[in-house]
Ligand binder design. Structure first.
Ligand code: NAP
Length: 538
């Protein structure tokens, strides 16, 4: 059996930095990665049009000033291939690959309290043992697998955006269907439309999409960012870990004159990116204010799409803007003006089955296609964890502990699961922030905690139940007045029995979260229970 201090699961943004930091701290570390190379979501989501929706100057590592100066992003929003090149560059620069076992999937983990270690088994049956298990498995990595009736009979080709093949997928000259219109679908549709002979877009729920305003990255913007002193600290002090492309903080709707409101709406639309989420400070809290922004964007959709009936179907009416993740695009709505693109509204007439030659709706309509692209989303937050059989001393899984919604301390650890870190988990700002920085923040906190354990001669660490309850209450309180709590989306956990709703990420912002983490660390990691060789303390 091979013994390690830390086993990291995943070699994406979080896993790569975890290796670098923990190794620097003198720990023996290995990462298990089921893919054949580094990159995580940027390895798997190589679909046409895949691109980050946080500015590249922010969505990258901040821990090494040398790295920051060595890498020159080409565009405001890097495309998937550039992001993957970057993560490969990082892996090579810091010589991380020798700590990664590729094509290796962690199948199970058992906590052995007598040894204060996890016993791990890989998919090939290999046994490993570690003191700390760090899940860098991502929140949006376990894809919803298409389970449409008849799929096995399809004689064409089908692919998933979330697991796009490395080989060339033929689009030219083919009739193509894309099913799903979230961020992935919107990007794929826009990129596939000019290449396909015919594209059918199967939409169940329209989402708001706004122009990314992607552009080449100017030398001035690049130089200003990389030469900024204390850039990392500055980003950690912002609400979402990002500064580029963000407007100055907005005021409440009532504080603007009628003319200023109209000006602001236009200016934010022109700015693009996340600007439409920040037209008025209270648009995420007040339905009437939100309705103004929502209607403004619907009007833009009606201007952009020539066929009024198609435009109306593309207009979201069932949710306020920003209560589901805003999509960023580069010409999405204009795509529907193309002769070779047709919108298929499956809201009231769902897909009945996949036939050998295409897709059939319940109402009988048939669409003949040679390629189907599924962009169906993910089992968010717990999906990747559920694929690993992780058990604590009592035989319980994390999912058991989170049955009525996640309960964590700082999104990083769950009471009852000693020495197990789930990076960027629910209860942290997570997917609401720049995930590159969020991962760094969580890895650093966990590494500092491990270093502190050495100093106090502790073997085990886990959240104190009371502290976890307090933090979970704080996460609930922070989201309690938000409109998005009451809209179904992958960030909301709904309890089937009583309909109670839990907003999973922490909505208090990265700055407040980071300050809380630092205060806890400065107070001897108050709220965590240390056990083992050293004196039990909390
Ligand atoms: P998603 O937002 O969950 O969208 C999944 C889509 O599939 C929805 O439109 C959904 O419709 C549809 N769908 C599911 N089952 C269906 C069925 N049986 N019939 C018809 N339609 C069906 O997933 P995603 O697009 O992969 O995006 C997830 C998240 O990943 C994003 O919000 C973002 O956080 C991240 N992401 C980021 C980027 C980026 O940085 N640019 C790109 C891609 C993804 P309903 O809404 O009706 O369920």
């Amino acid at each position: 059996m091979t013994m390690f201090d830390v086993v990291v699961v995943g070699a994406g943004f979080g896993g790569l930095y975890a290796i670098e930091r923990l190794r620097r701290d003198g720990l023996s570390v290995v990462a298990l990665e089921s893919a054949s190379d580094v990159g995580g979501v940027w390895f798997h989501n190589r679909y046409p049009g895949a691109r980050v929706d946080i500015e590249s100057l922010d969505y990258c590592y901040q821990f090494s000033s040398e790295l920051t100066h060595e890498w020159r992003w080409s565009e405001r929003y890097a495309a998937q291939d550039e992001l993957l090149r970057y993560l490969n560059f990082v892996a090579d620069k810091f010589e991380l690959r020798r700590h990664i076992r590729f094509n290796t999937t962690l199948a199970g983990a058992r906590w052995r309290p007598d040894q204060a270690r996890y016993a791990l088994t890989t998919h090939t049956g290999e046994a490993l043992s570690c003191r700390f298990l760090m899940l860098a498995t991502g929140n949006l990595s376990a894809a919803r697998i298409p389970n449409f009736a008849g799929l096995a009979s399809f004689e064409g080709e089908w692919v998933q955006t979330s697991d796009w093949p490395e080989r060339d997928v033929q689009i030219e000259g083919r009739r193509v269907a894309v099913i799903g219109t979230g961020s992935s679908g919107v990007q794929a549709i826009t990129a596939i439309a000019p290449r396909a002979q015919q594209l059918y877009v199967f939409q169940r729920t329209p989402n708001f999409s706004v122009p990314a305003r992607n552009a080449p990255l100017s030398d001035e913007a690049y130089a200003a960012a990389v030469n900024m002193p204390d850039r990392r600290e500055m980003l950690l002090g912002t609400p979402v870990g990002s500064v580029f492309g963000l407007p100055a903080p907005a005021l409440n709707y009532a504080e603007y004159s009628e003319a200023a409101r109209a000006e602001r709406l236009q200016a934010q639309w022109a700015l693009g990116g996340q600007g439409m989420n920040r037209v008025f400070a209270d648009q995420g809290l007040d339905l009437a204010v939100n309705a103004v922004v929502s209607e403004f964007v619907r009007e833009k959709i009606r201007e952009l799409v020539k066929d009024p009936a198609v435009a109306e179907q593309l207009c979201p009416q069932d949710h306020p803007i920003g209560t589901r993740r805003l999509c960023l695009d580069t010409g999405y709505y204009e795509t529907f003006n193309r002769d070779n693109v047709a919108l298929v509204n499956v809201a009231g007439d769902p897909i009945e089955e996949i036939t050998p030659t295409g897709i059939q709706l319940r109402g009988g309509a048939k669409y003949e296609v040679e390629l189907i692209v599924f962009a169906l989303g993910f089992h968010a937050f717990r999906g990747a964890m559920d694929r690993i059989d992780i058990r604590n001393a009592a035989g319980a899984s994390i999912s058991d502990a989170w049955r009525r919604g996640p309960r964590t301390l700082l999104g990083l650890m769950t009471a009852g699961f000693p020495n197990l870190f789930h990076l960027t988990g629910p209860g942290s700002p997570s997917v609401l922030t720049n995930m590159a920085l969020m991962n760094e923040q969580h890895v650093d906190f966990a590494a500092d905690l491990i270093a502190y354990m050495r100093a106090v001669d502790a073997e085990t660490i886990e959240p104190e139940l009371a502290a976890q309850d307090v933090w979970t209450d704080e996460v609930t309180r922070a989201a309690s007045t938000l409109l998005r709590l009451n809209v179904d989306n992958y960030m909301v956990h709904v309890n089937a029995d009583d309909g109670s709703r839990v907003f999973m990420p922490y909505t208090g912002g990265l700055a407040r979260f980071n300050a809380t983490c630092r205060a806890i660390a400065a107070d001897g990691f108050k709220g965590f229970v240390f056990g083992g060789k050293g004196e039990m303390r909390s």
